[in-house]
Design a protein around this ligand. Structure first.
Ligand SMILES: [Zn+2]
Length: 247
């Protein structure tokens, strides 16, 4: 083998081993952009680390990544602990009523950091006379979504109950809201179809429904969330992974 052909072989091998994820030709448009979003978790009302909750949080983020199927990726960034305490249903009521003396702001403003999806964990309680309890809520803009960054970190929050960590679906559902999805029953028939929710079974299994059967997003929902993230939530991303077609 001549020196030249050895070089060629080496180059050829190198070429073949270049994975698709590498930006090999900057003049090309990527065929896919995958947002990688940061998550901070705030353990409210806690002053000591509870290893069980730490493990649960990690399992929740693993499950979140499974259910988003690599279309969007989530990276755990940082834990915070704070003695500030409140009950999730009370905070929700306050948020819905636009009450002026806001417990939410008093508790959260001093500790929240910018640049990540901030998940705040609180205790919850059952609605009087039932065994149902609020497990999470996610404040968001109904219009002018391009102002999310301007309003940061006010709308970078997900509120969740510690108890909501147990089924792992709560965080997935709330992240759906965070990235622009509504409950199926809030959608018109044609909108539901456009999101790939065609049958009652599709609806009851969908992460944006309530109940024990939820286990998936549709491909259309995932794509809608990916676009929403890239359009409005880039400031919460660690990076965007570009996939280029090989030519
Ligand atoms: Zn919901």
């Amino acid at each position: 083998m001549s020196w030249m052909s050895m070089m060629l072989t080496a180059l050829l091998c190198l070429n073949i081993s270049v994975p698709n994820m590498v930006q090999s030709d900057y003049t090309e448009n990527p065929i896919m952009e995958t947002p990688v979003m940061r998550i901070n978790v705030y353990m409210m009302g806690m002053i000591e680390v509870d290893p069980e909750i730490t493990v649960l949080v990690n399992e929740n983020i693993d499950f979140l990544n499974e259910e988003f199927e690599g279309v969007i990726e989530f990276e755990f960034n940082q834990f915070f602990m704070d003695h500030g305490q409140a009950y999730l249903p009370d905070l929700h009521k306050e948020y819905m009523n636009f009450e002026e003396a806001s417990t939410i702001d008093a508790l959260i403003k001093p500790i929240e950091v910018e640049g990540a999806i901030n998940v705040f964990l609180f205790d919850t309680y059952a609605i009087h006379g039932t065994n149902q309890a609020l497990m999470g809520f996610t404040p968001r803009l109904k219009a002018q979504q391009e102002t999310y960054q301007l309003n940061s970190p006010n709308f970078d929050r997900i509120f969740m109950a510690y108890e909501g960590l147990d089924n792992k679906s709560t965080l997935v559902h709330e992240m759906g809201h965070f990235l622009g999805l509504n409950h199926p029953w809030e959608l018109s028939g044609s909108k539901k179809m456009a999101f790939g929710i065609r049958t009652n079974a599709d609806e009851s299994h969908n992460h944006m429904s309530y109940g024990p059967d939820v286990n998936k997003f549709t491909a259309q929902q995932l794509e809608s969330m990916r676009k929403h993230a890239l359009q409005y939530r880039k400031y919460l991303m660690d990076r965007v992974v570009s996939t280029y077609a090989r030519t």
